[in-house]
Design a protein around this ligand. Structure first.
Ligand code: FMN
Length: 456
């Protein structure tokens, strides 16, 4: 039985996402990120390609670690300016029927009470197609923007995340009972107050006594994505996530992370196969192998290696401008995204990376691998990744947008479908049902969120 591959398009509400410099390529429309037409057009393309979701990254700070200044990021538009990803969802939902929306939102800087309402609102408006990518952040500039001297310590951010999840679970799953909403025009009773509960929480970081503002939405709890692959991050994923997003330059780096997350999920009493794991991938394809390689060579001419190092400095908390360019980098404790540094150091001791090599690598496709080839070469490579690393699918980043996605939809999707490795049509229902099967609009009883349900 050929394993079915899951596919999300990876984008961000900004000019430069994972391929600095390429926004200047004549075919790239990334600088129209601030128009609805860009997003509705992209959403239609992805639904035509039967993509599972569009997955939107987000940061609440600026990449000012490189050269200890924001200059390189501002000049190269490296994830700044960056608009709010949530604002894009209703417009994309309006022009699609099945495409899911995975939205990144850091839980380190916003109280869960208003956040829970916003996600419920999006779940209503999309008829249950919303997912939340849970992140704790990695930029001190975000903390400074929120009035703090610096961000919380790496693992403390996850302790805060644990407390946060308990609050949002209580609001989404524990406040309004099923059947509480009556919409009875005869009696004028919209809801039955006896079936709506004030939830209380008195945690180490969050306190609350409130009724959830929104009536139950199709999924109640959005599909829970998570991104953060440090040891602490993997445990958080194993305890909470339905979908996990990981990233690294090779199978040697990715395969052990996948195995560890599944092992931890089993230890937490969850079905390890119930977690859908996506790794980031960048694909450059064309009708022939030669044309694809020519396209790659052409893109390289636009790629900004300084932009690549600006990203890498932000991700790791290390100023790569201050490092000797041809000396292999070493692992060291930093409070940023631990897994980003592990991926280029201790995660694969057989491969050392110098700043110069990392700049070149990250200039196209960030930390992910880049597959260049014809549709059959790309399909072979993706299926090999699934077989050899046990990932379930890919968050596909773009080099030029929407071109990279259009190429993939027109050329690779039909090849994967021909091989029986990708769906030819969407399953009905909510995003959770599309990912886990009919009748599963809500989180399963085996998920920790179920414990806060009335009578739970
Ligand atoms: C593949 C991947 C994608 C991520 N995307 C984002 C993002 O879009 N925004 C963000 O603030 N953090 C993102 N993070 C990082 C998370 O904020 C994470 O909670 C934190 O940096 C700690 O990461 P670690 O557990 O990998 O050390 C991402 C992490 C990974 C591994």
């Amino acid at each position: 039985m050929t394993r079915q591959i899951r596919l999300n398009a990876f984008d961000m509400n900004c000019v430069v996402h994972q391929s600095p410099g390429l926004w200047t390529h004549p075919a790239c429309r990334a600088d129209t990120y601030n128009t609805l037409e860009y997003w509705t057009g992209l959403a239609r393309t992805l639904e035509r390609g039967k993509f599972d979701a569009i997955f939107l990254a987000d940061v609440l700070g600026i990449y000012d670690v490189y050269q200890h200044a924001p200059r390189a990021a501002l000049e190269g538009a490296v994830q700044v300016p960056v608009n709010d990803p949530m604002m894009l969802v209703p417009a994309m939902a309006m022009v699609t029927e099945h495409l899911g929306f995975g939205v990144t939102a850091t839980l380190s800087y916003e109280h869960p009470y208003p956040f829970a309402r916003r996600m419920s609102t999006l779940d209503h408006l999309t008829r249950g197609r919303i997912g939340w990518n849970i992140v704790t952040g990695y930029l001190n500039s975000a903390a400074k923007g929120m009035g703090m001297a610096r961000q919380q310590g790496h693992d403390t951010r996850y302790e805060i995340a644990e407390d946060y999840m308990q609050v949002v679970y209580k609001l989404w799953e524990g406040s309004w009972e099923d059947g509480a909403v009556l919409r009875d025009r005869t009696t004028g009773r919209f809801a039955d107050p006896d079936r709506i509960h004030r939830v209380a929480h008195d945690g180490p970081y969050f306190q609350l006594s409130a009724i959830h503002l929104a009536e139950p939405s199709p999924q109640r709890t959005p599909v829970l994505f998570q991104a953060g692959a440090s040891t602490r991050g993997r445990q958080f994923a194993a305890d909470h996530a339905e979908c996990v997003f990981i990233n690294g330059p090779s199978k040697q780096v990715i395969a052990p992370i996948v195995a560890d997350i599944r092992r931890r999920a089993a230890a937490a009493g969850r079905d390890p196969r119930a977690i859908t794991i996506f790794t980031m991938m960048t694909v450059i394809t064309d009708t022939t192998p030669e044309a694809a390689r020519d396209k790659y060579a052409e893109y390289r001419a636009y790629a900004s290696e300084q932009g690549g190092l600006t990203l890498m400095s932000g991700w790791t908390g290390i100023d790569f401008a201050a490092l000797p360019p041809d000396q292999p980098i070493r692992y060291g404790d930093h409070d940023a995204m631990t897994s980003a540094l592990e991926a280029f150091t201790i995660a694969d001791p057989s491969r050392s990376w110098t700043p110069r090599e990392i700049g070149a690598h990250a200039a196209i496709g960030g930390r992910s691998p880049v597959i260049v080839g014809s549709p059959t070469e790309v399909a072979d490579a993706l299926q090999a990744w699934v077989d050899e690393t046990d990932v379930d699918g890919f968050n596909l980043a773009y080099v030029v947008t929407p071109g990279t996605f259009v190429d993939f939809v027109d050329l690779v999707v039909p090849e994967l479908q021909r091989r029986g490795a990708f769906k030819t049509d969407y399953a009905p229902g909510t995003l959770r049902e599309k990912l886990t099967g009919p009748g599963h609009a809500r989180l399963p009883e085996s998920h920790p969120a179920a414990r806060v349900r009335p009578g739970g």
